[in-house]
Design a protein around this ligand. Structure first.
Ligand SMILES: Cc1cc2nc3c(=O)[nH]c(=O)nc-3n(C[C@H](O)[C@H](O)[C@H](O)COP(=O)(O)OP(=O)(O)OC[C@H]3O[C@@H](n4cnc5c(N)ncnc54)[C@H](O)[C@@H]3O)c2cc1C
Length: 506
């Protein structure tokens, strides 16, 4: 890698474009996993990069929060927490960054049968959930002639959708079950998918063997089903010690500067350059760049000053749908849930809490344990997100204490941390989603989202075929890098340094 010239941010009104040297540095906006992967890949191809990040932190929606300064302090994954076995881009990076030995199984909802399901009246252990759910499903059915395995399927699908999906989709599922899903399923031989003597059901096996069953679901539930099945799969991994290792290791491999607190406030796409308007330490600055890769979520981008963009591009920036997501983590004195026989997995906690995860302790147990008390998406997340953080903790604690009264013991909860991604200024949404789209519409959205605007390129999970996943963010970065290197000659000799006096100030 040749010498990389340090950037020159010049103040508003100072210098214009005159005196600029031709510069082949690609300026990358956003230091989430998409921005950092793109920087890493571009440098590997000999293209100099500079990364501008608005916040004080790298990693974006990969956000491991540590309750303490020690490296082995208990931590909460406030953003991404698992990687699916089929997510080859993410797993390739894990291996390449020397993290393969830190991969551990991630235990999701349904993994620990001692975890709980909230029912209309109370809570039951997941191992007893089927009986309870079948009774509830039966109440709303037109007839009682279904095979027991069919009701078991309905019960298990209701369980996972209730835990994970936003409220409207929970409603859709109940209607779909009653109107056609159970009828479809009743014609299939479901016996091979019943597990544990009738107390569990292999939804993944069934949907894999009978993809036509998915078609019997209405949108947007149909689109969401894939995510639900991945989220409850047994083939998930976590990184022992925290997902942020992925980001930190990537950042360490990047030679070009990564500048924090460089907030993008406007972008102008011109035929021969991109003008980036910035706020650096509260002061405005303007940067004229020959090539820019923007990885800011469209939910953020749509609030910035955008000029020189085509109507089509503005439309897609404004229209990509984001769902909010909120996580609330509690640092507890001890992993009290283990005394109740819960050693991982998650409870379907209902109410505003939705899902409660019991992460393993990677460090010294004497430092306590973290309970991911609440993980919600959609309206539930929005509701919690709009509260002050104090009100949010109080609401989650009040809901969850009926299931885990130990939380109310004096000194049990040492600390709390939450993140409402829908309200977070650096994301303004949890993730983009393709729910309600058929595959061709999703592909069209991906192409439009990726489409460069002159010398301004785009990447980020919202520009991928796998939105809402790290894997998609990396996929989009690789796509953008391929486009960029077609236009930026990677093997050009380094340009001689040229003084640009008008641009030096600031
Ligand atoms: C609650 C939650 C749970 C998730 N769980 C999983 C999971 O288990 N597994 C999984 O694979 N994926 C998961 N995801 C999705 C995954 O985290 C994202 O798909 C991925 O991290 C997105 O990366 P990105 O680089 O596209 O965007 P981001 O990570 O959002 O990166 C964008 C960057 O741009 C910066 N930025 C924003 N505005 C500006 C501005 N004006 N100026 C300069 N910089 C700016 C941001 O600070 C950020 O660093 C989850 C996401 C959430 C929210």
């Amino acid at each position: 890698m040749g010498h990389i010239r340090s950037p020159l941010d010049h103040p508003v009104g100072g210098g214009g474009t005159g005196g600029r040297r031709p510069d082949r540095t690609v300026v990358i906006l956003g230091a989430g996993v998409a921005g950092l992967s793109a920087a890493y890949e571009l440098e590997r191809l000999g293209v100099p990069v500079e990364v501008l990040e608005g916040s004080r932190r790298l990693g974006g929606r990969i956000h491991t929060f540590r309750f303490g300064d020690d490296a082995d302090a208990p931590f909460a994954e406030l953003g991404a927490m698992r990687i699916a076995a089929g997510h080859s881009n993410a797993l390739r990076y894990v291996a390449e960054l020397g993290l393969a030995e830190e991969l551990r199984s991630f235990h999701s909802l349904l993994a620990d049968k001692n975890a709980y399901l909230r029912t209309a009246e109370s809570y039951v252990r997941l191992r007893d959930a089927a009986r309870q759910l079948i009774t509830e499903i039966r109440d709303g059915l037109a007839h009682d002639g279904y095979h027991p395995e069919t009701l078991m399927f309905g019960a298990w699908l209701t369980l996972v959708v209730d835990a994970i999906a936003p409220p409207d989709q929970r409603q859709d599922l109940r209607q779909d079950l009653r109107s056609r899903l159970l009828d479809h399923a009743d014609h299939l031989n479901l016996a091979p998918f019943v597990r544990d003597g009738g107390s569990a059901f292999d939804l993944h096996g069934l949907f894999a063997a009978h993809p036509e069953l998915r078609e019997a679901c209405r949108d947007p539930l149909r689109g969401f089903l894939d995510d639900i099945l991945v989220e409850t799969s047994t083939e998930l991994f976590r990184l022992r010690g925290g997902m942020d290792q992925l980001v930190r290791r990537l950042a360490r491999r990047i030679h070009g500067p990564i500048r924090r607190q460089h907030e993008v406030v406007g972008l102008e796409a011109r035929p021969d350059e991109v003008v980036v308007q910035l706020r650096i330490d509260g002061r405005p600055a303007v940067r004229h760049c020959s090539e820019v890769l923007c990885t800011l979520p469209f939910s953020v981008l749509r609030g910035l000053r955008l000029t020189g963009f085509s109507d089509e591009k503005l439309r897609i920036i404004n229209n990509v749908h984001y769902v909010p997501a909120t996580k609330v983590a509690l640092h507890c004195r001890e992993a009290f849930w283990q005394r109740e026989g819960i050693n991982g997995g998650a409870s379907s906690s209902g109410g505003r809490v939705r899902q409660t995860y019991y992460p393993p302790i990677d460090g010294d147990p004497a430092q306590g344990a973290v309970l991911l008390a609440s993980y919600s998406v959609g309206e539930d997340a929005e509701l919690l997100g709009r509260m002050s953080s104090a009100a949010r903790y109080a609401a989650v604690l009040a809901d969850l204490a009926t299931m885990h009264p130990q939380l109310l013991r004096p000194g049990m909860v040492l600390n709390a941390r939450s993140l409402a991604w829908g309200q977070f200024p650096w994301s303004r949404g949890g993730c983009s989603v393709h729910w309600g789209m058929d595959p061709s519409q999703a592909e069209e959205q991906r192409m439009l989202a990726q489409q460069p605007e002159g010398r301004l390129y785009f990447a980020g999970e919202h520009c991928s075929s796998r939105p809402a996943w790290i894997d998609g963010a990396i996929e989009s970065a690789l796509d953008a890098v391929s486009r960029i290197v077609m236009h930026v000659p990677a093997t050009l000799p380094e340009m001689p340094e040229e003084p640009a006096p008008a641009e030096l100030a600031g």
